[in-house]
Design a protein around this ligand. Sequence first.
Ligand code: ADP
Ligand code: MG
Length: 489
Amino acid sequence: MLNSARSEPVANSADSLPNPEAFERVRRRLRAELGEDVFSSWFGRLELTEVTGSVAQLSVPTRFLKSWIQSHYVDRLKALVIDEISDVTEINLSVRGAVARMAPRPAVPAQNEIVPVERPMLERLNSETMSPAVKAPSETDALAGAPLDRRLTFSNFLVGKSNALAHAAAERISQNTSGEPLLYNPLFVHAGVGLGKTHLLHSIAHETTARGRRVIYLTADRFMYGFVAALKAQTAISFKERLRGIDLLVIDDVQFLQGKSIQQEFCHTLNALIDSGRQIVIAADRPPTDLESLDERVRSRLAGGLVVEMGTLDESLRVKIIEARVALARMHQPGFDVSPAVVSYVAKTIVSNGRDLDGAVNRLLAHATLTGGTITVEAAETAIRDLVRAREPRKVKIEDIQKLVATHFNVSRADILSSRRSASVVKPRQIAMYLAKVLTLRSLPEIGRRFGGRDHTTVLHAVRKIEGAVGADSGLREDVELLKRMLQD
Ligand code: ADP
Ligand code: MG
């Protein structure tokens, strides 16, 4: 099988076309030499992209495959390629994703000027027309807060089932007036990445500022930085005083807050602000109870107000977000037209989060600009293909774990399933069981069955053993990490 690049137009002359038969012979010889397991683990997805001069351009889909092949098999691979493909004296191995992420090359030169796509176009268009974000504070003025993004306001925050409650609370808080009892304090919003936390927090900060109230927006990083800087400069008191002189404190990504004294300070600040009737809004990627790095008092203080989760964006909300992004892009590029069919296709395909929806619209825009044509559903599919691939969590199979671990430790999969108890087999077996537990949703008894009919207590023992061992043995930890990443890649 040859790669997808063939279905795309090849810009260079015919002598760069790959030779499928010769490459097939390379694959056959590799398979014969290494055996089916090793071959399919490492070379199953190796492709010959083209031959440029005397260099065979080979590619694999992931960085890990590339580095693995490079460190273990590159000499053999090179020898076989040189042997089988005439006039080739060198090989070059690259990662396909890096190429796929760029917009496809147009079949014919587009009429319009070609716009480089390194930087997301939408972002660039936005930053050109909208005035820049509020000036970043100087190093010495850490408490000036982090800059607010002008694009992130209530007016373009779209409301759906998943975020209606958080949005309502946010709007309500923005309308607080002085002296009024605060209903939701602190407001704690949690959601996965790209689901609109920062957008909502910036909206609150903008709106509150617009009503003439004093707001500080900080990321957890900035809070820590500000506090540490103030301590160093011996201005910690004024840092606190200034914090206490505000009406609203907004802290984003609080899961990153670390360090004992900083947490203590954070806790004091929270208490002092809440007790003196100031509003606090916090966002994190998890609920307060799961913020393990924070001490109990902080957690319970955070949990003591209104805690709201924003769920994943449902399809109708995704449609609204895509339409809004397209409309925004059209202000700068009136020819950019996306049919309802394409919007619906993207909304059905990109289910992860708002960030990926932005990415998808950027790609459609790049595609439309480069080809100058209208976007069909088919073209949209090509344009966002890599986004979809990158986001689909790969389902890890127990069989793949066993094969990979066996290859890695130079034993056979049969050894792993066998009842042999020699150390050279026991360790890989335990690692494979551990990986099966952490990378799949299988139960312990199920994993036991898949490992040669073992009891679930054996699996539990293996899992505990490896968990303990990775803490103490950095070599093992690296091995396990590498295996994990290769399986999930
Ligand atoms: P988080 O902080 O939760 O990781 P962001 O607030 O940065 O997520 O959102 C990621 C992107 O998705 C931003 O461009 C944001 O404007 C957009 N987005 C997320 N939710 C919404 C929404 N409800 N309406 C409009 N845009 C949204
Ligand atoms: Mg964020």
